[in-house]
Design a protein around this ligand. Structure first.
Ligand code: 8X3
Length: 269
């Protein structure tokens, strides 16, 4: 079974993507800082008949990311040996670890918050991509999916730090696709708009659930983590010569960043 790695897999889009990729037949390496959450996810996936392995990893640490790459290489080797053949191919990396902190205007922007956002969204993605690229390339059929955001190409008041970080991630994605031209690794960007997950807004507002809930108030149906996982899985399961450069996905209610309809809209499943 081909091996996929999902970062930020302990919750939200990452966990949903790991479940979905396991259902698609990947052995999924789930990586995140919280080992207890990863263990629960692995149990869920294996109970559902899938295959997953937890590798606790902090994408802000060179050492931790090197450990992730080593664990993935060992796994590929031992699965291959068990099957009496060559190493299992490592074909997919989903760079999902990221997040937002704060909604301060630039004039009051917290350097610490901005630093954290750059560390996780941009430099974390760089670290993991560098560390796993040799294995992806060795598979001769690799795919890197960058989970960026609509904030990767628009700006909005209070979103300066997050948008700057996601613009950085988007710039890295486009650059990488150019640099890898002629080599067997696709580079895909998935840009979700309004997604309601357990943690994104709550973390942004440092546990203030009322403020987090207000983001989605009156919006009939924001995207779910499963909706985004569906997009990610679709890009990764196209024939290998098909490179989906970018998917922008928003809920029906969100025509643009500042244009969010409130109240019911027709029949929604
Ligand atoms: C999340 C989208 O609107 O909070 O990536 O920036 S937004």
């Amino acid at each position: 079974m081909p091996i996929a790695i999902v970062t930020g897999a302990s919750s939200g889009i990452g966990a949903a993507t790991a479940r979905r990729l396991a259902a698609e037949g990947f052995t999924v390496v789930v990586a995140a800082r919280r080992a207890d959450r990863l263990a629960e996810l692995v149990t869920q996936i294996t109970d559902a008949g899938g295959s997953a392995v937890a590798v606790p990893c902090d994408v802000t640490s060179d050492e931790s990311v090197a450990g992730l790459a080593e664990a993935v290489a060992d796994l590929a080797e031992s699965y291959g040996r068990e099957a009496g053949g060559p190493d299992e191919p490592v074909t997919l990396l989903v760079n999902n670890a990221g997040g937002a902190l704060g909604l301060d205007p630039v004039e009051h922007g917290s350097v610490d918050d901005w630093q954290w956002m750059f560390e996780v969204n941009v430099l974390g993605t760089l670290r993991v991509t560098k560390a796993l690229l040799p294995l992806l390339e060795a598979s001769e059929a690799g795919t890197i999916v960058m989970v960026s955001s609509t904030a990767g190409f628009i700006v909005y008041e209070g979103g300066g730090g997050y948008s700057a970080a996601k613009h950085g991630m988007t710039a890295m994605t486009g650059t990488l696709r150019l640099e890898l031209a002629g080599r067997p690794v696709r580079v895909v960007e998935v840009d979700p708009g309004m997604v309601r997950t357990d943690e994104f807004a709550t973390k942004r507002f440092r546990g203030d659930t009322e403020r987090a809930d207000a983001v989605y108030a009156g919006v009939e149906m924001p995207l779910t983590a499963d909706d985004v996982a569906d997009c990610i899985a679709w890009t990764a399961t196209r024939p290998q010569h098909v490179n989906i450069d970018r998917i922008v996905v928003r809920p029906l209610a969100q025509a643009a960043q500042h244009k969010v309809a409130k109240g019911p809209i027709g029949k929604q499943s």
